[in-house]
Design a protein around this ligand. Structure first.
Ligand code: FAD
Length: 519
């Protein structure tokens, strides 16, 4: 019988199949030649002790024991060209996985996406980075693949639904992602690999009779007697269907405004907000791995940190080892930061959002906007950052210790944020009570992670698109909107997901609920 083992090995052994077999041969007291194959089931880094070790869960197949490589296949879809139509608005992870699931269930998705196809987006990303021009339909948040396409592609989630998570990861592998994502404790794909996967998903949707319409923005939802009848696009076209998955992401402010105008029930939702901090990756490696040089077998180190300051959580968010800070505004006149990494995470800097959890009471100054109060609060910070940094895509920036000591940095070195930075006192961007939490929080972070609080670290503002500032409420069991029949609020924009995997899971769930309702 193949034997399952838990073991702890050096990074060098974990990275080399032959060394691993040699290690196991000693442990099992068999010759190396006797070991036919070693399958890694789980892999994680243990950096708690002085010497970093890799934890592995493996299955060992000795000669003569049956072994077959697992192949993850794209499901056996049937053509749905003539099936009942369901409109899916948004081609982010929620929308795309909803569309795949609809096909699997024998329904025809019509995917409507305001942005361009995944490769066409690149020109607009260059324009925002280099020319400071924001295309309101095609940017880091909008376009095929959604907000997660040009990202770090981290695929871990706090979701407890392990079966659902595994299903999405296996689908990613079937569509071309490395099988490593199935075993790593903190899997990621990388911004260079995601576009091809996204393109292959779209091609599959079309091959099996679905439709995908790019540069098509939903501008109105046709509703009669509290039931969806279809949608209108910016081209003036009408698409009729009485089931609509609304998966437009957390940055589609026009969608929230539309729903508010139409008196479709939505509510303000707390989110988190702060700055994006950038350190030299080598510094983070030395803190996390307790070493001067991480060597060639360990990946660039991530970090995750959380503190309670003045009764609020302040924590790292969407940390990108070996990554780059990206300009993620979706409208002119605002600055927004976030981060991405290539699959090798081989850039010289590590960046992370460092954010504070907000409460509904923070939005009181914007109470007149009702359900949109949090969104207006978010907008005001992004617009202030734009004004303070010189009304371009340059980001307000400050050295970390200078920030904690309320001192404007005399100069800001070049950071990975391509549009550039303007040195300002960061306290001007945020309300005083949030600035105070950030100052104290960074001091606390420096105590837990020795070396973290340094003037080599540069903070950029703001990190403001952490999750949706609005919830589009739906029934707990049917996933249908509480007031409008046929409307399925979905993914991060509806307030039911945070991250690629949970958005994809939510997309699948909405599709399943629609199939259930149609029975
Ligand atoms: P979105 O991905 O936001 O997709 C919504 C789609 O709807 C967009 O394509 C948009 O163009 C479209 N749309 C909006 N309005 C309309 C309209 N009116 N008509 C038609 N279409 C419309 N998450 C992770 O898990 N790991 C990461 O490493 C990671 N890194 C990130 C890095 C960056 C730079 C950014 C911006 C986000 C990152 N995220 C990451 C977050 C992740 O991308 C989102 O959580 C996820 O994409 C949400 O999926 P979604 O499908 O719900 O919405």
């Amino acid at each position: 019988m193949p034997q399952e083992l838990l073991l702890q090995v050096t990074p060098e052994i974990a990275a080399n199949e032959l060394l691993l077999k040699e290690h196991l041969s000693k442990q099992l007291k068999v010759s190396v030649n006797e070991i036919q194959h070693v399958s890694i089931l789980k892999r994680s880094i243990d950096a708690r002790q002085k010497t970093v070790r890799i934890n592995l869960k493996v299955v060992i197949y000795l000669k003569g024991e049956p072994f077959q490589e697992t192949k993850f296949q794209i499901p056996d879809y049937k053509n749905v060209a003539n099936a009942q139509e369901v409109i899916v608005v948004g081609a982010g992870p929620a929308g795309l996985f909803a569309a795949l699931q609809l096909i699997e269930l024998g329904l025809k998705p019509i995917v409507v996406e305001r942005g361009k196809e995944v490769r066409g987006r690149r020109r607009d990303l260059k324009a925002i980075n280099v020319d400071h021009i924001v295309n309101e339909d095609s940017n880091y948040c909008f376009g095929e693949g959604g907000a997660g396409t040009y990202s770090d592609g981290k695929l871990y989630t706090r979701s407890k639904k392990r079966g659902d998570v595994t299903r999405i990861l296996e689908l990613f592998v079937a569509f071309g992602a490395t099988p490593d994502i199935l075993v790593d404790a903190h899997p990621h794909i990388g911004t260079n690999k995601l576009p091809q996967i996204i393109q292959d998903i779209r091609e599959k949707i079309i091959e099996f009779g679905g439709q995908v319409l790019f540069e098509t923005r939903l501008t109105d939802i046709l509703i009669k007697n509290n039931e969806v009848e279809g949608i209108v696009t910016q081209k003036g076209d009408t698409i009729l269907a009485n089931k609509l998955i609304l998966a437009t992401g957390h940055s589609a402010r026009d969608i929230y405004e539309l729903l508010d105008r139409k008196e479709v029930f939505i509510e303000a939702k707390p989110f988190a907000l702060g700055v994006r901090a950038e350190h030299p990756q080598s510094l983070i490696d030395s803190i996390q791995y307790s070493c001067d040089y991480r060597g060639e077998h360990l990946p660039p180190a991530p970090y995750s940190i959380v503190k309670q300051v003045n009764g609020r959580g302040m924590y790292s968010f969407c940390m990108c080892p070996g990554g780059v800070i990206a300009p993620c505004a979706t409208s002119p006149g605002e600055v927004v930061t976030n981060g991405w990494s290539p699959s090798k995470r081989d850039q010289a800097t590590a960046n992370s959002g460092i954010v504070i959890e907000l409460k509904l009471e923070d939005f009181k100054p914007y109470a007149k906007f009702g359900a949109l109060a949090g969104m207006e609060f978010q907008k005001s910070i992004e617009q202030k950052a734009w004004d303070l940094a010189g009304q371009t895509q340059k980001a307000p920036a400050q050295r970390m210790i200078d920030f904690t000591q309320k001192r404007v940095s005399s100069e800001i070195p070049k950071t990975s944020y391509v549009p550039g930075t303007t040195s300002i006192e960061m306290g001007q961007v945020f309300p005083e009570y949030l600035t105070q939490i950030l100052r104290e929080g960074f001091t606390e972070f420096g105590k837990s992670m020795r070396g973290y609080l340094t003037n080599e670290a540069i903070i950029h503002a703001p990190e403001s698109r952490t999750s949706s500032p609005v919830r589009i409420p739906r029934d707990l069991y049917t996933y249908e909107h509480l007031q409008i029949k046929g409307l399925y609020p979905c993914g991060e924009g509806a307030g039911y997901a945070g991250g690629i995997i949970s958005a994809a899971i939510d997309g699948e769930k909405c599709a399943l609920m629609i199939a259930e309702a149609l029975k």
